[in-house]
Ligand binder design. Structure first.
Ligand SMILES: *Cc1c(COP(=O)(O)O)cnc(C)c1O
Length: 247
């Protein structure tokens, strides 16, 4: 890393400031419309595909929470940001392989994408090496398609069922079971997806009252997610610009 790598040009900084202003206004308006306190919703800046300099600039603009979806990219970026003397909260939001858990717990404060009992076990084992717990969210499959990511609500499957996954997270030492995460499935109206997620979240909270986090909503649907109780919105393109490739 050179000094230059971690610095952004003034025009990029202005672009990020403008994006941040727009997204913050959208979140504030959505909270007001839903009758929710603005402080109930945390914005996670999803910086995947963008350089560490953008994270550093965003942190300078007051962003406290950053999301990444690939371990290799995130690990290097977190190290560069730390070398600049900054320590935002890193959220790992992407599909996670068990053999990556050991790396992820070195920088991530929160892992949103736990969708199997086996993955919960691997994350717990990796987290045992840390001095403070990793916050873990169970990723929910809203459409129940077992071929895609997410634990399955109402399923008794001992590895992929949401009940077994939340039970494993709650029981694991080294983890704090914080709540649920979901992505609206392609082809679903966000209203329908997030209404369904809210029902699932209410049922999970009946068993796990401290698991209050609900990570839902992205650039295109954050208002609807906030209406249905999101506590964390994961915002990439509306903040940083369109990514060159899907990631
Ligand atoms: C990329 C990504 C986001 C951000 O998506 P945008 O549409 O760019 O806001 C949110 N959540 C997950 C899981 C992602 O992978």
């Amino acid at each position: 890393m050179t000094e230059r790598d971690a610095t952004v040009r003034p025009d990029r900084r202005a672009e990020l400031a403008a994006g941040l202003g727009r997204v913050r206004a959208r979140i504030a308006d959505a909270c007001a419309a839903a009758g929710r306190d603005r402080s109930a919703v945390t914005m996670i800046a999803v910086t995947k595909t963008y350089p560490a300099g953008d994270v550093i600039a965003l942190a300078g603009l007051g962003v406290t929470d950053v999301g990444e979806n690939r371990d290799q990219e995130a690990a290097g970026k977190a190290a560069e940001v730390a070398a600049a003397g900054l320590r935002p909260r890193w959220h790992f939001i992407g599909q996670l392989q068990r053999n990556k858990c050991r790396s992820v717990v070195r920088y991530a404060d929160v892992v949103h994408s736990v969708d199997s009992v086996r993955l919960a076990g691997a994350l717990a084992t990796a987290a045992a090496a840390r001095d403070r717990p990793v916050e873990a969210l169970a990723q929910v499959s809203i459409d129940g398609d077992p071929a895609r990511g997410g634990a399955l609500p109402g399923s008794a499957d001992p590895d992929r069922g949401l009940g077994p996954v939340t039970g494993a997270l709650a029981a694991a030492e080294g983890l704090r079971f914080a709540g649920l995460m979901a992505v609206a499935p392609l082809g679903w109206e966000p209203e329908r997806a997030f209404a369904r997620l809210a029902e699932v979240a209410a049922a999970v909270r009946a068993d796990h009252p401290a698991a209050t986090a609900l990570s839902a909503g992205m650039s295109g649907d954050l208002e609807i997610a906030i209406r249905y109780g999101a506590t964390h919105v994961r915002v990439g393109s509306a903040l940083l610009g369109m990514r060159p490739t899907l990631g």
